[in-house]
Design a binder for this molecule. Structure first.
Ligand SMILES: NC(=O)c1ccc[n+]([C@@H]2O[C@H](COP(=O)([O-])OP(=O)(O)OC[C@H]3O[C@@H](n4cnc5c(N)ncnc54)[C@H](OP(=O)(O)O)[C@@H]3O)[C@@H](O)[C@H]2O)c1
Length: 279
């Protein structure tokens, strides 16, 4: 199946920077009509301005997705402005990098709020509009929800426990939605990026104290990940691991899980030895 997004209304969350910002540009070039959301009004306005300057239609809707009132207003405003909603891309997210023993309940709850409760509740609000898109659309048209999770949703990575928990929950919900939404004519797609180079690591990470070695600077550019998300949407890929690291973990979990476990443990032993030497 090939999904043609020309003239389709696509709501992108997390559109103020990173992967979401790149997605806005790429979808605009495909002729989509864009509804962009995040909390940072100035950044969003800039992204929307760039999209419009490139000749596409875009509107921005500042919202804190962890706030139920903001979510409800967002969906109502998008439908009032565009008259429809055809695709939802759940891209907003945060991460916490640090060991669980020295983390806090506040961090665990915050990560779950942003990465799990916010997108699933937004999806609940969008579903009737996506169903309407299916019912009113031409033969063969399938609206979609694209969930940008993480390979952390398929394998628990040390020093990212809360993040992994939130993404595992999100992945499970995505799989359940996929079955349930079939009767609404709505496809539910899962995208699993690996480590991605952030525009602003300080805003992406609630905490940056992790001890295993992760090369944030050398990570995959968000532009490439956005390409992968767009490919998934156009080709209707049920699940896509994006980039070598993600694919390696995804494939390794299936084919040689003990090897992947050993690799993760080795990362922890390395930092434990480093600390022992330093003390
Ligand atoms: N970066 C990575 O290494 C990586 C790896 C795998 C998966 N991912 C996933 O990919 C997605 C995008 O990541 P990214 O690297 O593009 O991160 P990013 O650059 O930090 O962007 C995150 C986006 O989410 C928005 N956001 C955060 N909290 C929000 C809230 N409460 N309400 C509304 N919007 C909120 C941010 O906008 P405001 O701050 O303006 O609200 C921003 O637009 C996330 O789901 C992330 O978990 C990232």
């Amino acid at each position: 199946m090939w999904r043609d997004v020309r003239g389709r209304v696509v709501l992108v969350t997390g559109a103020s920077r990173g992967i979401g910002k790149r997605l806005a540009g790429k979808l605009a070039s495909l002729g989509a009509r864009l509804a962009l959301t995040a909390r940072s009004t100035d950044d969003l306005a800039k992204v929307a301005g760039e999209v419009r300057a490139a000749g596409a239609e875009a509107e921005f809707f500042p919202a804190d997705l962890t706030d139920p009132a903001d979510r409800a207003k967002l969906v109502a405003d998008v439908v009032a402005r565009f008259g429809a909603l055809d695709v939802l891309i759940n891209g907003a997210g945060v991460c916490s990098f640090g060991e669980f023993a020295t983390s806090s309940e506040a961090i665990a709850r915050k990560v779950l709020e942003v990465n799990f409760f916010a997108p699933i509740e937004l999806t609940r609000l969008c579903q009737p509009h996506l169903t309407a898109s299916y019912e009113r659309g031409p033969a063969g048209w399938r609206p979609a929800v694209v969930n940008v999770a993480s390979i952390c949703g398929r394998w628990g990575i040390p020093s990212m426990s809360e993040h992994c928990a939130s993404k595992h929950a999100f992945v499970a919900m995505t799989e359940a939605f996929r079955g349930e939404f079939e009767r609404f004519g709505v496809d539910v797609l899962l995208v699993l990026p690996g480590l991605v180079r952030s525009d602003d690591l300080n805003r992406h990470l609630l905490r940056n104290e992790g001890k295993i070695h992760l090369d944030f600077e050398g990570a995959q550019p968000s532009d490439e990940v956005a390409d992968g998300v767009v490919r998934s949407l156009l080709r209707n890929r049920t699940e896509a691991a994006i980039g070598f690291v993600s694919w390696w973990v995804w494939f390794g979990k299936r084919m040689f899980p003990r090897g992947v476990r050993f690799f993760m443990q080795r990362k922890v032993w390395k930092f434990a030895r480093r600390e022992a030497r330093a003390s």
